[in-house]
Write a protein that binds this ligand. Sequence first.
Ligand code: PMT
Length: 259
Amino acid sequence: MATLTVDDVTLLGPGCGEQACGETGDGRMLEPEEIVEDLIAFLQPKHLAGKKVLITAGPTFEAIDPVRGITNLSSGKMGFAVARAAREAGAEVTLVCGPVSQPTPRGVTRIDVTGALEMHAAVMVRAAAQDVFVGVAAVADYRPQAAAEHKIKKDGSAAPTITLVQNPDILAEVAALPNPPLCVGFAAESQNLAEYAQKKRLAKKIPLIVGNLIQHGFGGEDNTLVLFDETGQTPLQPGPKSELARTLVSHIARQLDRR
Ligand code: PMT
């Protein structure tokens, strides 16, 4: 292995785990899916080599009581695709995600959170050390003021009133850091995509926001994205989230070079 490494040969694996001899540790063949993922990554241009990228993905879940909460239909697929594409491009990637059932992309550090406050804390403690921050998560704007300690019972009286309070705006806070990473937001809208996305970009003081319509963005494998920056808009070819994420990552790398 040392000789091959010196000869500039890339080694995949070995995998770690239970082995035929009964021991546990390094020495397994990688799973076929892992080999495929590593080969695809190997063939991608290394636009982000040596860069640190922090990404949020998925929904947040704001507890009402121990069994109920406010959430949304984000599956995490778009954010995970961006994380995978950034890692393929050579970046050191940290992915902070709300409750989703997506497999962790190879080589990506994953931090699972539940509510927006937890996501905020996980991001803010890491943000200053990053080159790029991409907010793909559909973060709840509001949370119940206090989650009930016990399950709320239907006792025949009036329906309970749930008082909501505003969550911190994670992306805007990262963008307001003294020496912020390159900040990229996402905007999912049901209408007036260009107008609302640009408004969000300006309100959050970020150079780039990626717009998608709700019917395209949420849940599926494919998406239709439009990039909005100070020069206007750039629609991307509709396609699988994996492909769109790679195009977005090369766009981000070019912006990073211009900084
Ligand atoms: O997960 P999928 O099913 O693949 O779906 C992907 C997606 C549709 C969720 C994704 O492509 C997307 O559009 N995410 C952003 C959803 C949205 O509309 O966010 P927003 O308008 O609430 O927020 C705008 C930006 O600010 C986002 O980058 C968001 O992460 C960030 N934000 C918002 C609120 C908040 N409290 N903190 C934030 O950081």
